[in-house]
Design a protein around this ligand. Sequence first.
Ligand code: 5GP
Ligand code: ZN
Length: 135
Amino acid sequence: MNDCLFCKIIEGEIPSHKIYEDDKVFAFLDISPVSKGHTLIIPKSHSENLTQGTEESAADLFKTVHHLAPKIMTALEATAYNIGMNHGADAGQLVFHTHVHFMPRYAGIPRTFEKQHPSQEELAAVAEEIRQGME
Ligand code: 5GP
Ligand code: ZN
């Protein structure tokens, strides 16, 4: 086991609000979301960033983004979304395990990139809403 936070989340060593998992990719709620349902989608095999990982891993990651985006949108009745990736500290990367930020957006709710700090209960309720809506 390495010392990577997101590897520990994949292993369940650190708890998270899981949205989706398959053999290659894991998705869970960001602990400090910028919007309701802000989800991190990550490859299970560790790489620091998109280009340090393999092309195959990048393809698997974005296949899952493509698959999950409409499901999360429907589940939360979102009307739009932002996708983001920070590569390197100078770009604002804080966790050095490749991750896509999926940020649902809603008509009438101002778009902000300011981190919010919901309670664990609030995050759990959002995760449940997404999982139910995805079934
Ligand atoms: P970065 O700035 O590296 O692109 O984004 C890392 C993201 O990971 C941040 O949005 C931050 O809120 C999130 N994050 C940091 N620590 C944890 C954690 O322990 N659990 C979860 N679910 N998200 C985390
Ligand atoms: Zn890792």
